[in-house]
Design a protein around this ligand. Sequence first.
Ligand code: ATP
Ligand code: MG
Length: 240
Amino acid sequence: MHTIALVSRKGGTGKSTLALGLAVAAMEHNHKVCLLEADPQGTISNWRQRRTQSEPMVETVGDGAEIAHRLALLQSWGVTLAIIDTAGGQSDITSAAIGAADLCLIPARPSPLDIEAAAPTLAAIRAVGKPFAFVLNQTPVRSYRLNTAAASLSQTATSFAMSGVLALPTIALRNDQQDALGAGLGVVEYARDGKSADEILRLWRWIWAKLIAVEPADAQPGLHEVAALANQQPNLRAAS
Ligand SMILES: Nc1ncnc2c1ncn2[C@@H]1O[C@H](COP(=O)(O)OP(=O)(O)OP(=O)(O)O)[C@@H](O)[C@H]1O
Ligand SMILES: [Mg+2]
């Protein structure tokens, strides 16, 4: 089983939207998917209630200590992909999600505020040595700003001596994304031939290539220990 965590301390960057979109895209690639909701806001559960299809399954977790146990259970049920949607801000549960993930995705809107705000999230992920990628989300359909934002993100990544961490393609700001969420659908179900569906499917392929290049956390000894370690991090604050 592979595990992805959507994390950004900044609210509204698209963690839940991308989690849902990617979950359904992965289902179309024959994954048995579980969305693990680690955000009391309940965006994923509300979406699930609007949905008529039984998949993907949705499970909620209330604290960090639960995550590792729940992931072990999901694996025993034959789940091949777990996607953890976390809340904005910093909490034990987000630290545990980062600790349990094979890959952390950091959504950011192409604005200086979002990009600056990504630094503490990145520092928290790097503190436990997890693979990560930024996802530029809600990009204007036509704007010079996209290049500026991409350049700024790459600079951030470079300054942390990392490379190849901008997931592609970037995800544009489009009504389909909001309408799919409102209809209890993944965007690939909502408008199969639309541009958003195409972007999310291509993003899933990028993520899958990244995932298969890293050893699944559950293949490493001590998933529980990793989660416990993440919980023990006293304060995963940004260095800056
Ligand atoms: N690519 C997109 N195109 C259009 N709207 C989007 C897109 N991504 C997200 N949104 C909208 O932006 C808002 C915030 O998205 P979302 O709830 O997914 O962010 P979040 O990071 O999960 O927020 P929170 O930190 O509050 O959990 C929602 O109204 C959502 O519909
Ligand atoms: Mg959310």
